[in-house]
Design a protein around this ligand. Structure first.
Ligand SMILES: NC(=O)c1ccc[n+]([C@@H]2O[C@H](COP(=O)([O-])OP(=O)(O)OC[C@H]3O[C@@H](n4cnc5c(N)ncnc54)[C@H](OP(=O)(O)O)[C@@H]3O)[C@@H](O)[C@H]2O)c1
Length: 306
């Protein structure tokens, strides 16, 4: 059986991979900061020597889109130089590299309207997107045995995602303002980890867009979260520019998952169905009577309905 090494295993996607591999009783090892820094060639080399993996899953990234505008060098160190270290060591040790990139490699103004596919030309509009694109190129130019999955609006267990932020804002704010002019695809870590492992098992290589199906604005996404959870929360449609964020975002960066779905002959769930499944598993206990349904959520983040 193949042996896996995960970098960034404490992040939301890394945790999902560890969970799936543990459940499947597949041998795997995980590292994160501060034990192993992707920028440190010797540290990566040492854990590769220790575990001799067949596959490296790289979930580590400098992921803070706004901070990357002020800390370009730090983003570059992880997203480009760190990936360069992985590329060199994967080539040297004949290891398959599975890496994740982003819809933010696109500028959001697609020449022919539609979802972005793998043949569309990237043109990032912020530092995060620029560094992630350079990381992709290093892999494509130097390795043959690789998988790159471009993801968007990732959510899973944990706090580093829009759903957690939304529920936390809702706790303190009666009326939320959420952008309705930023569109992409909410995508669960469960989906990404399951399909990535399927692609590995099918010996796929290359670049794929991997998202749930359909697309939404942040406003649609927020509304759906509250609807599924039967929480009465007022949300106002706003514009991205209202928030004066440091990093520019593409307005429409939704990607098509057609290529990976066809290669694996699978149907990828619609984003709303995936979201309902996630929220129910996380927060809603169907065995409880209706009035206690959100007990876990209320206990966890102290949410108050209007
Ligand atoms: N989150 C999204 O919405 C989204 C969207 C599109 C694509 N992606 C891509 O999906 C992948 C996984 O994202 P995620 O949401 O799971 O990220 P995450 O939760 O932020 O996890 C990333 C992990 O990498 C670690 N890390 C950062 N710099 C490192 C370094 N130099 N060396 C080793 N580890 C380092 C982080 O540690 P610290 O927490 O200590 O920094 C963190 O544990 C990334 O490639 C990301 O670019 C994410």
């Amino acid at each position: 059986m193949k042996k896996y090494l995960i970098f960034g295993n404490e992040g939301q996607l890394g945790k999902e991979f560890s969970h799936l591999l543990t459940n499947a009783e597949i041998e795997h090892y995980g590292y994160d900061l501060p034990a192993v820094d992707l920028f440190n060639y010797a540290q990566i080399d040492s854990v590769i020597k220790r575990h001799e993996p067949d596959i490296i899953i790289n979930c580590a990234a400098f992921n803070n889109v706004d901070l990357a505008e002020f800390e370009y060098e730090a983003a570059y160190r992880t997203n480009v130089l760190g990936v360069d270290n992985l590329v060199r060591l994967c080539e040297k040790n004949d290891i398959k590299l599975v890496h994740f990139s982003t819809d933010y490699v696109f500028n959001g103004i697609k020449r022919f309207p539609g979802l972005y596919d793998e043949d569309d030309i990237p043109d990032p509009v912020n530092n995060y997107g620029r560094t992630k694109l350079e990381g992709e190129k290093l892999i494509q130019e130097n390795l043959e045995n690789f998988l790159i999955f471009r993801l968007s609006w990732l959510y899973g267990k944990g706090e580093q995602n829009f759903i957690h932020k939304l529920l936390t804002w809702a706790k303190d704010t009666k009326i939320l303002k959420i952008a309705n002019d930023e569109l992409s695809v909410p995508t669960s870590t469960r989906l990404v980890a399951e399909i990535s492992l399927k692609a590995i098992n099918n010996n796929l290589t290359g670049l794929f867009h991997l998202t749930n199906t359909g697309y939404a604005s942040r406003f649609d996404w927020a509304k759906e979260v509250f609807e599924i959870m039967e929480i009465k929360q007022i949300i106002y449609p706003a514009k991205v520019l209202d928030f004066a964020l440091p990093a520019k975002r593409p307005n429409f960066s939704a990607m098509s998952n057609k290529k990976i779905a066809e290669k694996l002959q699978i149907e990828i769930p619609f984003w709303k169905d995936e979201l309902a499944r996630f929220l129910k598993a996380q927060f809603i206990d169907d065995n409880l009577p209706q009035e206690h349904k959100y007990k876990r959520l209320k206990n966890e983040i102290g949410f108050h309905e209007l």
